[in-house]
Ligand binder design. Structure first.
Ligand code: GAP
Length: 517
């Protein structure tokens, strides 16, 4: 299936099955703002729990925090967001579309890479087993030309971004003859900077209200509470503070569904370490986070690591964990070595000492920070993307039909178990409810009796329910039910008193956590 079609199908499916709705849809919606429906809210909560438990339960030196969205406005002066949290934007005069200038150039670089890949594939086909890829890459003139162009463009992009040189970015777009991806026009405006923070007022205007901001990252709530947590929790370095919460960015180019939103949720962890040990911890957290993703059983080829060309104003090293969304590999999570930038800035702006007394060194210092930061909504989209499958399956009459099945990791599924009476009579509904009552404390269950059993299975497949239990007339005789596996569609007859144990092995989140211990 074409990737564009896949993306459209995922968006339509997410709405049809109660995962995601456009915000204020009855008023024609609000751009780049979304609501999570009955299945979406549960799936999102499950992802949060997986992240929270992996941080706070599995690490005795990581504690949680829930800080406010509104913060003292000086926070954002100190953090650099007021002066430096900008995106370089460019408008196309013909299509009236606005783009991030650096992303247009990065897409151009990716296109050069795609041309190289195509040449290699062609040559491999031609030369078969004799093909020497390394030699080909080093000697083929066309590949050489693309590589040189790609490298030169990358270096110019890095320099322009590091120097905040908007003119150079504009020039690069012109030199590379980059066209508007929608209209094909090369009629561009100059590149301009846009600050991404939302402003609002605290107090009534007649009181001389103060301008404040909706936080653009949750991390600053952690930094300003560093001393509170360290002292009240008697924390020793290294230690971490984890937080899940809303963040807001006035994204100029808000597109790609829940990938780039104006209101979104982050799951961030700041790990405070002794200066000089940050590289070691950076490696540790990079590997640990990759393990967290892999434990979900998603195809490993859908993830890749990408080292940042341009570092944020606070970082001395940064990697992205990228995911293969339907629109290509894009950032899912960032691992950043933030040095002592934030704590030192808050120390300077507040005039309060933010230091750690290290008894081993008999010395006080401002700790360094390694951060892991993942967008919950992006993780949600990654999980949906990996889960969406269309399959041809056999029907009872010997023909086949198509089913859409969400192969969600069982521990994350919004409904873990559907209990279905075969018919709506003969005491089967009552028996089904009895079974649900015995399981609902441990599992997220759903009762469904409407429509034929086949249609009910399809509906449960479409929301990703890993197991369906069918209660039939035999259940009344011998207390057995059938349990149907979503992915294989195989059914097994089991005793009702074994259900809890069987299901626990399959859907309990602790089995995910065991993989990353
Ligand atoms: N505290 C560091 C920080 O905020 P970031 O790379 O700007 O770093 C971290 O954001 C993560 O937040 C990203 O990797 C992405 O998953 C998510 N994110 C950022 N902007 C987003 C947006 N507009 N919509 C959805 N998720 C976003």
């Amino acid at each position: 299936m074409a990737q564009e079609d896949l993306f459209k199908k995922i968006i339509a499916h997410a709405k049809e099955y109660g995962f995601i709705f456009q915000s204020s849809e009855i008023y024609d919606g609000l751009s780049a703002v979304y609501d999570y429906g009955q299945n979406g809210a549960q799936l999102k909560n499950n992802i949060k729990q997986y992240w929270w438990d992996a941080m706070v339960k599995l690490n005795e030196n990581i504690v949680g925090l829930d800080s406010a969205i509104f913060m003292h406005p000086d926070t954002w002066k100190a953090s650099g967001h007021l002066s430096a949290f900008n995106d370089p934007m460019i408008d196309n005069k013909d299509s009236k579309k606005r783009y991030r200038a650096d992303e247009l150039i990065e897409d151009y670089i990716d296109k050069q890479q795609a041309k190289i890949d195509k040449e290699v594939a062609k040559a491999r086909k031609k030369f078969g087993d004799d093909f020497d890829e390394q030699k080909f890459m080093e000697t083929n003139p066309r590949v050489q030309k693309y590589r040189e162009k790609m490298e030169a463009t990358r270096q110019q992009l890095i320099k322009a971004l590091e120097d905040d040189d908007l003119k150079a970015l504009g020039q690069l777009i012109e030199d590379c003859e980059i066209a508007d991806p929608v209209s094909g026009s090369k009629n561009w405006t100059e590149v301009r900077q846009f600050n991404l923070m939302f402003e609002t007022q605290l107090g009534s205007l007649s009181d001389g209200a103060n301008k404040i901001y909706l936080r653009p990252e949750t991390a600053q709530g952690i930094f300003v509470n560093y001393l509170n947590v360290q002292k009240t929790g008697r924390m020793k370095l290294p230690f971490g503070i984890a937080q899940i919460g809303k963040a807001f960015r006035n994204e100029i180019v808000a597109r790609q569904f829940i990938f780039r939103m104006r209101e979104f949720e982050q799951m961030e962890m700041q790990y405070f370490v002794r200066p000089g040990q940050e590289k070691e911890w950076f490696e540790h957290w990079k590997n640990t986070r990759v393990k967290w993703h892999k434990a979900l059983g998603i195809d490993e080829n859908m993830f890749r690591l990408h080292e940042h060309d341009k570092l944020a104003h606070y970082a001395n090293a940064a990697y992205d964990i990228e995911f293969q969304f339907p629109f290509g590999f894009k950032e899912l999570e960032g691992i950043h070595s933030r040095t002592d930038f934030d704590l030192s800035q808050h120390q300077e702006y507040t005039g309060k000492k933010i230091q750690y007394y290290d008894p081993e060194l008999d010395k006080s210092y401002v700790p360094y920070v390694v951060e892991t930061s993942i967008g919950l909504d992006r993780m949600f989209l990654a999980v949906l993307t990996a889960a969406y499958h269309e399959e041809e399956v056999p029907k009872d009459n010997g023909k086949s039909e198509q089913r859409v099945v969400m192969k969600l990791p069982p521990a994350l599924a919004p409904i873990q178990l559907a209990v279905l009476p075969l018919v709506r009579k003969d005491g089967l509904p009552e028996k089904a409810r009895e079974i649900i009552d015995s399981l609902k404390i441990d599992f997220i269950c759903q009762y469904e009796e409407k429509d034929s059993i086949g249609r009910r299975y399809r509906r449960q497949d479409a929301i990703g329910t890993p197991y369906c239990i069918t209660v039939d007339h035999q259940t009344l005789e011998d207390n057995t039910v059938t349990i149907r596996d979503r992915d294989t569609m195989e059914q097994e007859r089991v005793a009702t008193d074994q259900l809890s144990e069987i299901l626990d092995k399959k859907v309990n989140m602790k089995h995910l956590l065991e993989k990353i211990l």
